[in-house]
Design a binder for this molecule. Structure first.
Ligand code: NDP
Length: 368
């Protein structure tokens, strides 16, 4: 089959709150964005619509006083992006070349050239990969198993019930502490006898009388019924290898997240965990014209509303860039689409051919 080539000004990769908000803003700015969605794939862990698609009720997204189901919220985002003319394309991007503009994205039988790229490919929760953990109907995911206490902890199914948090990092401590507001008791199941979490988070969890630690232990299986949800887990002591069934009403997996940035390795700057590095003052990455928003560049807040906020910022940044206005880079400089660099102190402009000119308004001769 002949390879088709598309040319666009704005391409967005990812269809969670960040990507769709970037689409709404750039479509309203008449930039005709193309939003690329990966097809659903259990092996690649792609979820069009992002992590809210695997959440049940969302109670903390502003504007929905009565709460809203995660998939329904994403459907609203999508319709809003469509309404302003966002073009959607479901394809798996295999490779990107960001070495020159227009940037090139390679899909199956498809090449996409774009002047700006907004990366909103999100992050995926790490899962244990044990029986009973998969999403309903294959397991209890969404029916007693969650990877987000902030999203699901306050649900009626977990109120005044004993719950398990798996993991020993800051997320596990934070989730366990948060869940004690609702649960009758929270058991932290950790595979070692030492926590990875920072001291302050550990101390907070140790001081909480509702939290109990189960050390050197792995969760081997999640048990329950479709009607009741989770009712127990099978635990294995990693020292003695002894196994036992432990009655429980919910399992929160908190063993880390993985940003979906494999595609950009060796091209975009990332931290040691793979999160994209953006300028503190904009969503610019190290490559002028490439912007990042949402969980792909945020390991701290990771909320739908913060992702949507940075999606809006990325669209405005892309629009500024296409309008020949300077955009703040992670290096502290500002860069224009023509390749001019404004120094961090704003004193000088370095032209693409290396000349330095003062960044001062030209003085207009005053008449007496
Ligand atoms: P981490 O990678 O720090 O911790 C993951 C935890 O899960 C570790 O204890 C690890 O065990 C355990 N784990 C990993 N894989 C498995 C597995 N297959 N089976 C059982 N246990 C497993 O991830 P976090 O999400 O906790 O934190 C990520 C980053 O975000 C950190 O830098 C953290 O500091 C930061 N963060 C900060 C917060 C804050 O400051 N408020 C809140 C939340 C996160 P082991 O220890 O044995 O490797």
């Amino acid at each position: 089959m002949a390879t088709q080539t598309l040319k666009r000004d704005v391409v967005i990769i990812g269809s969670g709150p960040a990507g769709l908000t970037a689409a709404i803003y750039s479509a309203r700015a008449s930039l005709k964005p193309l939003l690329i969605d990966a097809p659903p794939d259990a092996e690649k862990q792609t979820t069009p619509g992002g992590q809210l698609m695997i959440t049940t009720e969302v109670e903390n997204y502003p504007g929905f006083a009565k709460g809203i189901q995660g998939p329904e919220l994403m459907e609203e985002f999508r319709k809003q992006a469509e309404r302003f003319g966002t073009e959607f394309l479901e394809t798996w991007i295999r490779e990107v070349d960001l070495s020159e503009r227009p940037f090139t994205l390679y899909g199956d039988d498809l090449v996409i050239k774009t002047e700006t790229l907004i990366v909103a490919s999100g992050a995926s929760a790490q899962w244990l990969g044990i029986p009973g953990e998969a999403k309903v109907p294959h397991g209890f995911g969404g029916n007693g198993v969650s990877a987000c206490a902030t999203c699901d902890g306050p649900l009626p199914a977990f109120r005044n019930k004993p719950l398990i948090v798996v993991g020993g990092g800051d997320t596990a401590m934070e989730e366990a502490t948060f869940l004690t507001r609702y649960a009758s008791r929270v058991y932290v199941v950790h595979r070692r006898d030492k926590l990875r979490a920072s001291k302050i988070m550990q101390d907070k969890a140790f001081r909480n009388e509702k939290i109990e630690f189960i050390w050197n232990t792995a969760v081997e299986e999640i048990l329950g019924t479709p009607e009741e949800g989770v009712t127990a887990v099978r635990l294995r002591n990693l020292h003695t290898t002894a196994e036992h069934t432990f009655p429980i009403s919910g399992v929160f997996v908190a063993i880390g997240h993985k940003p979906n940035t494999q595609l950009f390795r060796d091209q975009l700057d990332m931290d040691e965990k793979g999160y994209l590095i953006t300028s503190g003052k904009s969503t610019a990455t190290n490559i002028p014209g490439v912007f990042a928003s949402g969980d792909v560049q945020d390991s701290v807040y990771r909320q739908a509303v913060t992702a949507a906020g940075t999606g809006c910022m990325a669209a405005i940044d892309a629009e500024r860039f296409l309008d020949h206005l300077p955009v703040a880079m992670p290096s502290g400089e500002e860069v224009t689409i023509e390749g001019e660099h404004i120094t961090p102190d704003h004193e000088a402009i370095i032209t693409p051919d290396g000349h330095m000119i003062p960044n001062k308004p030209e003085l207009v001769a005053q008449e007496d």
